[in-house]
Design a protein around this ligand. Structure first.
Ligand code: G3D
Ligand code: MG
Length: 182
């Protein structure tokens, strides 16, 4: 029998970097508005199978709608998260510089660190790209994070971003089961 895992994953990053587009693409259009929309966040569900690990994973992807004014929304958004996508837009350097703040807010709210994948999104816009691969991958390496270059528009590497994060989350869950923290 395969092992079953359930993980909450949070989408982090500035407005318009493609968090919702990535989530929608990954969950194949089954992005269901939830009652939480009224207070500023939504989640969508997707299942992935990892035959080599004999594992089935249910991923609950949480996406903040805009910039909620209330701290309590943020707390609920982060609560219980086991992984995150730190998304920036390769055509806007500011969004790359801001991922550090998103990471900080996430860890502060949770009170513990979670695996993150740095996602350089909109690589289809090659002509207006200003953040090169070297900058993104160096940041990810320094933060012991995975690095993926994606396009929610073409679908390039979208599933890969979530799937590679899943592998790390599975490893961490197995560590916890052996008697680690959280
Ligand atoms: P957000 O959820 O992070 O705020 P969205 O961002 O997913 O709403 O995306 C913001 C805009 O960027 C949208 O355009 C969306 O279509 C576009 N976008 C998202 N990902 C990509 C991508 O990989 N490539 C390109 N070319 N565009 C992308 P609109 O015009 O609808 O505001
Ligand atoms: Mg959005």
């Amino acid at each position: 029998m395969s092992a079953e895992f359930r993980f909450k994953v949070v989408m982090l990053g500035d407005g318009a970097v493609g968090k919702t587009a990535l989530t929608t693409r990954f969950t194949q259009g089954k992005f269901e508005a939830d009652y939480k929309r009224t207070i500023g966040s939504d989640f969508a569900i997707k299942k992935l199978e990892f035959d080599d690990l004999d594992a089935n994973v249910t991923i609950q992807v949480w996406d903040l709608a805009g910039q909620p004014r209330f701290e309590v929304v943020r707390q609920g958004f982060y609560r219980g998260a086991r992984g995150g996508l730190l998304v920036f837009d390769v055509t806007r350097r500011r969004t790359f510089l801001n991922i550090e703040d998103w990471k900080g807010e996430c860890f502060k709210n949770l009170g513990y660190e979670i695996p993150l994948v740095v996602v350089a999104n909109k690589v289809d816009l090659a002509d207006s790209r200003v953040v090169p691969t070297s900058d993104g991958s160096e940041y990810a390496k320094k933060n012991k994070s995975l690095y993926v270059e994606s396009s929610a528009l073409t679908g390039e590497n979208v599933e890969d971003a979530y799937a590679s994060l899943c592998r790390t989350m599975i490893e961490e869950a197995l560590e916890r089961a052996k008697g680690g923290n959280h």
